[in-house]
Write a protein that binds this ligand. Structure first.
Ligand SMILES: N[C@@H]1[C@@H](O)[C@H](O)[C@@H](COP(=O)(O)O)O[C@@H]1O
Length: 237
């Protein structure tokens, strides 16, 4: 696992955006899985600001996860956190983006649909995600199998309560639907971003603890091209 500390959130985001832009210029048909949440918002902004015509004409995006029971157009949905700052400004056509539907009547079928979408693209080139305070990647909560593709997860209390920050009013969050850790491990490049002091404790655990499904982010250590990029405030080395 490649661990790199950037002086600021700004520098971290610039690096992440430059990495994506350089990749798509060399691999115009790339498939990229991106996370919702607050962490990647500045990266998205910088990607959009520095895109040149044609950069994303053939690129496909996969949204990492969704809260079960939350409508796609809810401002707090994972979809909204990716669609508004990244997908819409880049003008990605609907056939080149996959979002989970948190209201899908058959969640297993919804997982299969996303698994098939990713498989049909030949897998993920890049997966770039944030990290939860319990070490989750996407909504792969502690105990999630490293062998799992898309699946429904039961949220830990910390995830449900931290998740309230995305919503204007109190919202019941009990389950998630997420790209699996097997997708993460099979991606050509896997990147976890973390910024700010509240992530320092979990970064310390990822650095110090052994690879285990009880700490999902340690999957990064299994990846031959895995990167943990943090800002100085989240640095625990
Ligand atoms: N569902 C989201 C994830 O997509 C995100 O990567 C992670 C970190 O969120 P944040 O970047 O807001 O800290 O947890 C949330 O629960």
């Amino acid at each position: 696992m490649n661990y790199h500390v950037f002086p600021t959130y700004e520098a971290l985001s610039t690096h992440a955006a430059d990495f994506i832009l350089a990749y798509v210029r060399n691999h115009p048909q790339a498939t990229i899985c991106v996370a919702s949440g607050e962490t990647p918002l500045l990266t998205f902004q910088k990607i959009v600001a520095n895109t040149q015509p044609g950069d994303f004409d053939q690129v496909t995006f996969v949204a990492l996860d969704e809260w079960v029971g939350i409508a796609p157009d809810n401002a707090g949905s994972c979809r909204s956190y990716i669609d508004a700052p990244l997908i819409k400004p880049l003008g990605i056509s609907p056939d080149r983006v996959s979002f989970f539907d948190g209201l899908a009547p058959d969640l297993e079928a919804e997982c299969q649909r996303v698994n098939d979408f990713i498989a049909n693209k030949g897998g993920l080139d890049i997966i770039m995600v944030g990290i939860g305070l319990n070490g989750h990647l996407g909504l792969n909560e502690p105990g999630s199998s490293f062998e799992s593709y898309a699946h429904v997860s039961e949220l830990e209390e910390v995830t449900a309560s931290v998740g309230q920050k995305y919503f204007q009013s109190e919202t019941r969050l009990t389950q998630g639907i997420t790209v699996g850790l097997k997708h993460f491990l099979e991606a050509k490049t896997a990147i976890v971003l973390a910024n700010g002091p509240r992530k320092k404790d979990i970064i310390k655990r990822v650095l110090e603890e052994p690879i285990s499904e009880s700490l999902p982010a340690t999957a990064l250590k299994l990846h031959s091209n895995g990167h943990l990029w943090v800002d100085a405030a989240a640095d625990a080395s």
